[in-house]
Design a binder for this molecule. Sequence first.
Ligand code: KMH
Ligand code: ZN
Length: 292
Amino acid sequence: MTTQVSTKAGSSRSARPGQATLITVAPTGAESEKSAVPALPVTLDELVTTAKECREAGAAVIHVHIRDDAAKPTLDLGRLTDTVHALREATDLIVQLSTGGAVTDSFDRRLAVLDAGPDACSLTCGTVNFGDDVFMNPWGFMKELYAKTQTLGVVPEFELFDFGHIAALHRLLGELGEPAGGHVHCDLVMGVPGGMPGDAATLVQAVSALPAGATWSATGIGRSSVPVLFAALAAGGHLRVGMEDTVTFARGRAVASNAELVERAAAAAELAQRPAMSPADARAMLGMADER
Ligand code: KMH
Ligand code: ZN
C-alpha cells in the first residue's frame, strides 16, 4: 500500500486515467421522513435489499444510518451491530457506519457507534450550519472519535462540508498521526445549506487543499448532486450518491430507488473511462484488511 500522510496540501490527489471509481451509496440518512419518501430504506430488510441492489449496480461502500421501529433515526448499539452483521452476511460491501447520526444525537452515542464493529466510519471535521440546524463536531469530539478509530482499527472517511474542515483535517493528522489503514480518504459533502456550495469551481479549490496523497469522493446535496458528480469525475475523484443526499432524480421526478442513483453514477464513471471499483479493490485502496 503506498501511503502518504501529510499535513501540507500537495499534489496527486486525483485518480490516474483509467483507475476505477469508488462508488459509495448513502441510502437512508437521518433527515428524510419515511412518510414523505416511501422509497427510503428504513427497516433492516429494506436496507439489506438495497445493499444487494446497489452492489449489483456498482457500489463498493455503503454509508449506513439506521432507523427504529417508528422509522426514526437511532444509534441503538444492538441494532447497529445487527445491521453490520446482516450487511456482511448479504454482501461484500465495505460497511461504513455514520458517526454523524442525526443533529440531535449526543457525542457519547456517536462515539459508541464504533463499538458495533464496522469496517469504516464517517468522521466529520468540524461544526457546520445544517439547514435550520447545527451539526456539532467540536475539536475535542473530533479528536476523541479519531483516537478511537485508531485504537479499534476502524478506517475513517473524513467528511468535509466546508473549507475550515479541511484545515481541521490537517490539524488532526498533524496531532494524532495517520488513520487506521494508513491512507487518508475524504468525502466532500457539497451543497448543504450552511456549507460549501456544490459547484465545479469550489470542488477544484477544495481538492487542491487536501493532504497530499489523499483520495477523495464528492457528493452534492439536492440539486447539486448531478453537477458535483460530473465535476468529481472530471477532477479525478470518486463518487458518493444515495437518498441520504438527494431524493429527486430529475426535476419533478422522485428517486425510485438507491440503485438507480448508483446505476447513473456507474454509467457516468464508465463514460469517463473510470468504471466502478469492486469492494476488494476499494479495500486495497483504503488500506483495509480483507473482508472480516
Ligand atoms: N445527518 C447529518 C447530521 C455523517 O453521516 O457522518 C450528519 C451526517 C454525517 O449525515
Ligand atoms: Zn450520513
